[in-house]
Design a binder for this molecule. Structure first.
Ligand SMILES: [Zn+2]
Length: 82
């Protein structure tokens, strides 16, 4: 019975040391977040919006094609700068 307790602890220790080395890969995992607000006119957009575009691994939804066009023309104007 004691052996069964040692194995998970060992795996945990191995995971912890591995986590640091694997972090870049982990971060690469697709994490595309869907912005549910039209970045152009700030209107709320439904989750299943069909007018979407991806900019810098971030997905943006739009209320209309014209908003999308405006965004695609100059995305930097509409994305939040960190
Ligand atoms: Zn819009």
């Amino acid at each position: 019975m004691k052996k069964l307790l040692i194995i998970p602890a060992l795996l945990l220790a191995l995971n912890t040391s591995n986590a640091q080395a694997q972090e870049p890969t982990k971060k690469k995992k697709e994490q595309t977040k869907m912005e549910l607000k039209d970045p152009v006119c700030h209107m709320k957009v439904s989750k299943d919006a069909k007018i979407v575009t991806t900019h810098k691994d971030h997905q943006y939804a739009f209320c209309s094609e014209s908003c999308k066009t405006r965004f695609v023309d100059n995305p930097e104007k509409y994305v939040k700068k960190d």
